[in-house]
Write a protein that binds this ligand. Structure first.
Ligand code: 5AD
Ligand code: SF4
Length: 447
């Protein structure tokens, strides 16, 4: 019987992708993936540190495993990902029933760590960050219509609130050739859409270009990458997350608005609409510059939609400054937004130098206001889509109601429709939108 494992993933899409690649690597090493409730021999928790709540959730969950481990002493428990990187050894002391901790640059070494733990070699901690060449694991679960591809790691931006540079290290980009090879392999196994991932994805290739002395403000390694991926046969759509306004230069805007496979929906983190707060956050742009980039894309791609990340209640944010964020939200008209209450993270510049002085109830209130603002806009935008035609990548039976099928439009809206003869998962077809709710559009196949 093969040794079984489960991976529970917290946090962002980068973690989801790492878990997928790790699962493939473990399977190549003879392990077998099972669900968490199937009593695996090895349980791995891939963790997030971005907000305090995310860390507390994992600590609670792994804490509960103590009993399970008492009943089953041969069970191997591991924590990997951002919290593992940030807390290292101290996790092994805090959770004595934990077997191993592996940092964000250690994915390749996890099969060996697991084998050592199974052989009862004692607790292990591996959190070195290799300075060397960035070699990404390229294993994917089979049959993915939409596949995530990691194109860079780390972040050099050092926004003052953000723990990511401390968990994921310096920016490192994969060579274009490796990414194109992975995309080709995916296309050959049925993938139609790529979701490119990077913490600061528009800085793709920047650190390397700087090291070569070739960086200029007109440089966009990311535009080069998109151009190369445009040529991969079988790939029909390309999305990416998350860009930073600082690197959304003219070359980037031209590439995303002219390359046919790049979807016209963009996730562009705003964080705040106040220039004073943006400065305190070390975002390197003003609200006007942000809007100018959105406008530049809209001029070229009038159908483009936008989503964003916003933090409310950052240190010293006043009511007026909060209103400025709301104003930008209204101006852009996002069709999706992640809105976060500021959470102070130990070790960041903000934690060292700025008091976390907006009361929790106030953060909560501001959060609610923006959520309502967003819901209002999404409802109106979806209603306005009725009567238009949407190009849909058909995914198959919808998760909620298998009687219906679902797919995504070019602007990443969920479109629901009745199953049709001759229409299969992976097909791209036009649908006329006949009805809309806040969450989805309902379509009829155009003949
Ligand atoms: N508190 C709240 N939100 C945060 N984010 C990052 N760090 C923090 C923090 N300390 C949010 C940002 C980022 C998203 C991934 O998480 O909006 O874009
Ligand atoms: Fe964090 Fe800023 Fe880097 Fe995004 S760009 S990962 S918010 S430091």
């Amino acid at each position: 019987m093969p040794t079984t494992f489960s991976i529970k993933t917290y946090g962002c899409q980068m973690n989801e992708r790492d878990s997928e690649a790790l699962a493939c690597l473990l399977e190549m090493n003879g392990f077998q993936e099972v669900q968490e409730d199937e009593d695996p021999d090895v349980m791995i928790f891939n963790t997030c540190s971005v907000r305090d709540q995310a860390e507390r959730k994992v600590l609670g969950k792994v804490g509960l495993m103590k009993r399970r481990k008492r009943e089953r002493p041969d069970l191997v428990l591991g924590i990997i990902g951002c919290m593992a990187q940030r807390r290292g050894e101290s996790l092994l002391q805090e959770l004595p029933h934990l077997d191993f901790v592996a940092g964000t640059d250690q994915l390749q070494n996890i099969p060996d760590l697991v084998k050592d733990c199974l052989a009862k070699k004692g607790q292990a901690c591996a959190i070195d960050m290799g300075p060397g060449v960035f070699r990404e694991l390229d294993g994917h679960r089979p049959g993915r219509l939409v596949a995530e591809v990691s194109v860079m790691r780390g972040c050099d931006q050092f926004c003052t609130y953000c723990i990511v540079p401390f968990c994921r290290g310096r920016e490192k980009s994969r060579p274009i050739g490796d990414i194109v090879a992975e995309a080709r392999m995916l296309a050959e196994t049925g993938t139609k859409e790529l979701l490119l991932l990077g913490q600061n994805i528009t800085a793709y290739g920047v650190a390397e270009a700087r090291a070569r002395g070739e960086y200029t403000p007109e440089f966009s390694g990311f535009a080069d990458l998109l151009e190369a991926l445009q040529e991969v046969p079988g790939i029909q759509r390309i999305r990416f997350t998350s860009p930073h306004v600082r690197f959304m230069n003219r070359r980037f805007v031209e590439a995303v608005s002219t390359l046919p496979k790049v979807c016209p929906s963009f996730h562009v983190p705003l964080q705040s609409g106040s220039d004073r707060i943006l400065k305190l956050m070390h975002r390197n742009y003003t609200a006007a510059e942000y809007l100018e980039r959105i406008q530049a894309i809209r001029e070229r791609l009038p159908q483009a939609t936008f989503s964003t990340d916003i933090i409310v209640g950052f240190c010293s944010e006043t009511e007026e400054e909060f209103e400025m964020t709301r104003q930008v939200m209204q101006t852009v008209g996002y069709d999706m937004a992640y809105i976060f209450r500021y959470s102070q993270r130990e070790g960041t510049q903000a934690a060292r130098t700025l008091p976390d002085d907006v009361p929790e109830e106030e953060k909560h209130r501001r959060n609610q206001i923006l959520l309502e603002e967003l819901a209002r806009h999404v409802k109106a935008a979806n209603a306005a889509a009725v009567g238009t035609t949407a190009q849909v990548l058909v995914e198959g039976p919808s998760a909620r109601n298998p009687q219906r099928w679902s797919g995504r439009s070019l602007t990443n809206k969920m479109v629901l429709f009745s199953p049709q003869e001759n229409l299969h998962a992976g097909d791209v077809a036009d649908f006329r939108i006949v009805r809309a709710t806040e969450n989805a559009l309902y379509g009829e196949l155009c003949r």
